[in-house]
Design a protein around this ligand. Structure first.
Ligand SMILES: [Zn+2]
Length: 110
């Protein structure tokens, strides 16, 4: 199992997990399931080890927040660059940069 890389448990942050492999499907097929050893959170039964690992490691909310954070960092970098180089590559005001950053952060478009 050492070839498997799993993200921390999304609920407790624990890195300790167990994978169960047994006959679970109605047709007699074997399945894989990952379970956190600390809090007991677990994934569904999957036909392949890869499916079990991939779904355990899928974190759409984390991905969304990381993308949002990248946008915010980029927008703040623009603000910093603007304030550093006031002679300006643009006519935007600091307020406008900040407003764009806020719109990206909140998802509100004007
Ligand atoms: Zn857990």
């Amino acid at each position: 199992m050492s070839d498997i890389e799993l993200k921390r448990c999304p609920f407790c942050g624990c890195e300790s997990w167990e994978m169960t492999h047994k006959k679970v499907f109605p047709d007699g097929a074997w399945g894989y399931k990952i379970r956190c050893e600390k809090c007991g959170s677990q994934g569904c039964w999957w036909h392949t080890k890869k499916e079990a690992v991939d779904t355990w490691n899928t974190r759409p909310e984390v991905d969304r927040l990381e993308a949002l954070n990248a946008e915010l960092v980029s927008a703040l970098g623009d603000v910093a660059n603007y304030t550093k180089n006031k002679t300006g590559r643009t006519n935007k005001t600091i307020y406008e940069y900040a407003q764009e950053a806020l719109e990206k952060a909140t998802g509100d478009e004007k």
